[in-house]
Design a protein around this ligand. Structure first.
Ligand code: UDP
Ligand code: MG
Length: 341
């Protein structure tokens, strides 16, 4: 049986040597045929050199080299696009996802599950703020957005080949892979584990990136924020009508005056705020439609090591060997183009 490990890498020079030697030991006498697909997501440290050097001596190491940093979700997508195996396991490069858990995952896959998702029972070494926001995020996602999503399951996951094929059908730009995996509706097993701290280096998900990711997750799987604007609008209208009734009663039903401008000023500010907020939410969705309509690639690959280009929509290899002859000759005589090539 063939197993592919997909490992997104962004500036992980401290962790990579340890990870590679650990994987080499782990996969030595397993009886499975392994390939490790490292997706180098535009690293600017020496990760690239470490990977290239390792790939020369070990042909299980495959490298997808992006032209720049396209983000973790794009890197995992490329790995899933290029993996050619019965099962694909996605894991972090920083050893926060324990490699020894892969045997349990493979066993579950062999029992007939299409997806195996390790679930974090604890997350050692992460800040209180990260734990709190992560827990709020999962609660929101599972209750409001998609109930099929498992809480505390990250992108560390095994996809059987049916699931991989399913995942390859999602070609949208704003990606939330955990939601997509749940959306497939395939048979999923959950296995608990304790998440270790990072081996070295810092998390690449700072607060800004985390919030952006959370918003992508919500907006790519739900139109709930748009509906919220409607509900809020109805609520405010009801409030207005109630107050109008009260003012009417005060003016004509009693001898009193309608108390005035402070309330109106507050109302004006609140309503302007709500209107701008709703416009902002709508604008964000429209922006996403705009971005999708451009149909840009999900990632651009500069180099492939021990891998062949695949033919999938929005997946482009941008190097000299992969340019079609016809395109190279664009604008000049065809025979000239061929003789040049
Ligand atoms: N990563 C990536 N591109 C990015 C950010 C992160 O490929 O733009 C990789 C990173 O090298 C690591 C994995 O994605 O292997 C998860 O990132 P990180 O460990 O920083 O996230 P955390 O575990 O803190 O949520
Ligand atoms: Mg990590």
């Amino acid at each position: 049986m063939k197993i592919a490990l997909v490992i997104p890498v962004y500036n992980e020079q401290e962790s990579l040597p340890r990870l590679i030697s650990l994987l080499a030991n782990l996969c030595q006498k397993s009886g499975y045929e392994f390939q490790w697909i490292f997706v180098n997501d535009g690293s600017t440290d020496s990760s690239t050199e470490i990977l290239l050097k390792s790939a020369i001596s070990d042909n299980r190491i495959r490298i997808i080299q992006f032209t720049r940093n396209f983000g973790h979700q794009a890197a995992v997508t490329a790995g899933l696009d290029y993996a050619c195996a019965d099962a694909v396991i996605v894991m972090d490069a920083d050893l926060q996802d324990p490699p020894e858990l892969i045997w349990e995952m493979i066993n579950k896959f062999q029992e007939g599950f299409d997806i195996v998702s390790p679930q974090r029972l604890s997350r050692i070494g992460e800040s209180r703020f990260k734990l709190w926001t992560a827990s709020a995020f999962y609660r929101l996602m599972t209750t409001l957005v998609d109930q099929r999503m498992q809480p505390q399951v990250s992108d560390f996951r095994l996809y059987g080949k049916v699931a991989v094929y399913g995942m390859r059908q999602f070609r949208e730009h704003h990606r939330f892979l955990r939601g997509m995996a749940a959306w497939l509706g395939l048979k999923e097993a959950v296995i608990p584990f304790h998440r270790a701290p990072r081996l070295a280096g810092k998390t690449k998900y700072n607060t800004r990136k985390m919030l952006k990711f959370a918003w992508t997750a919500i907006s790519s799987f739900s139109v709930l924020p748009l509906k919220c604007a409607t509900v809020l609008g109805v609520f405010v209208i009801l409030l207005g009508v109630t107050y109008f009734g009260y003012a009417f009663y005060m003016q004509f039903g009693t001898a009193g005056d309608v108390p005035g401008w402070t309330f109106l000023a507050c109302l004006q500010i609140i309503l302007s705020g709500l209107t701008l907020l709703s416009l902002g939410v709508m604008g964000d969705y429209i922006g996403r439609i705009y971005e999708e309509s451009k149909g840009r690639p999900l990632y651009l690959i500069r180099n492939l090591v021990n891998l062949e280009p695949v033919d999938l929509p929005r997946s482009i290899v941008l190097n000299e060997h992969n340019l079609p002859q016809d395109l190279l000759g664009y604008g000049i005589h065809r025979s000239e183009a061929c003789s040049n090539g």
